[in-house]
Design a protein around this ligand. Structure first.
Ligand code: ADE
Ligand code: ZN
Length: 341
């Protein structure tokens, strides 16, 4: 298929996204608008200067700007509006299901209550379900540069809102913050019924992926691209059918790979791993979900069938119940059968 046709195909095919941080969908214009409304001082004097600062050397240099951005989110309406803007984008590119991360600790530390964050996000998600027919689930991430004690306190705070949260995740500075630091809090979260996932093997070594599997009992690994450095790890991921939520544009923007053409996605697929495509922090990394698919399609010369497999995987690897999974996969297949009409 020529690129134009493929662009339309990718945009229209029903898709799921399993790795997107809601705070990472905050567009610079919205950030400035909220900063003014809430009288929060930003380090950058204009939208253009801020956008120019989106040149990251590594994960840490991104996180510094990302956390600065989150400072403008104060009221329930701010969280609602942030989420609603993401939902409108999803609607346009037919992302019919998403499992969305949020970082409560980056708000709690600024005295924004848990209740404000979760109510703003989940009210928007409920409206998205009703008005746009978009399905969503929420995953609460612990910030790994903070202590396990802080994660444990956050876990306790989440309990009254447990029905709104499907799982727990682990994000922020990976190097020197191994998954094993969070063994107890994950164990406790699992005992409460949360489904565990964790960022591992983005910048960190394959050992971190092993720990995420063995100590945190994760059901998916977020990123995980460094698994190819360890053959026995690849075998274990395949044996346990553990999906990887790969984020191509993010990986390039954070210097994990020099370009999309040098991304190891094809090797991951060819190794027999269970791979999905995701956007991570789309407002910062130059594209939402369709741009990630189209980017790798072009740069790695993927086939239309590769794209269809990755899209099916996005539903198979989700935390949807079997009936919802099946009905969404039927939508995917009927779109594929219909072709471009
Ligand atoms: N928080 C937001 N995006 C992240 C990423 N790509 N890695 C770790 N923590 C994050
Ligand atoms: Zn992420």
């Amino acid at each position: 298929m020529v690129n134009d046709q493929m662009q339309t195909f990718i945009q229209k095919i029903p898709k799921a996204e399993l790795h997107v941080h809601i705070e990472g969908t905050l567009e610079p214009e919205h950030m400035f608008q909220l900063a003014e409304k809430n009288a929060v001082r930003l380090k950058y004097p204009s939208v253009n200067k801020l956008r120019n600062a989106y040149r990251f050397q590594d994960l840490q240099s991104f996180l510094e700007i990302y956390y600065e951005g989150t400072n403008v989110l104060i009221t329930e309406q701010d969280f609602y509006d942030l989420t609603w803007q993401y939902l409108e984008k999803r609607y346009l590119e037919n992302v019919i299901h998403a499992e969305i991360f949020f970082d409560p600790q980056s708000h709690l530390c600024r005295k924004v209550p848990f209740e404000v964050v979760i109510n703003g996000i989940s009210k928007a998600l409920e409206d998205g379900e009703k008005k746009l027919n978009l399905s969503s689930k929420l995953i609460m991430c612990f910030l790994r540069h903070l202590s396990e004690k802080s994660a444990m306190e956050t876990l306790e705070e989440s309990i009254p809102y447990k029905d709104k949260i499907i799982g727990v995740g682990l994000d922020s500075t990976e190097l020197n913050n191994p998954p094993s630091k969070f063994t107890e809090v994950f164990q406790k979260a699992i005992s409460f019924g949360y489904l565990p996932v964790a960022h591992a093997g983005e910048e960190g070594s394959p050992e971190y992926i092993w720990e995420a599997i063995d100590k945190l009992k994760v059901l998916r690994v977020d990123h995980g691209v460094r698994c190819l450095e360890d053959e026995s790890l690849v075998a274990q991921l395949i044996k346990k059918k553990i999906p990887l939520t790969v984020c191509p544009l993010s990986n390039v923007q954070l210097g994990i790979f020099k370009s999309l053409g040098e991304h190891n996605l094809k090797e991951l697929i060819n190794a027999g791993l269970f791979i999905t495509i995701n956007s991570d922090d789309p407002a910062y990394f130059g594209g939402y979900l369709s741009e990630n698919y189209l980017g790798v399609y072009k740069a790695l010369k993927l086939t239309r069938e590769d794209i269809c497999t990755l899209v099916r995987n996005s539903f198979e690897a989700s935390f949807l119940n079997d009936a919802d999974k099946k009905s969404m996969l039927v939508k995917v297949q009927s779109f594929i059968n219909q072709g471009l009409q």
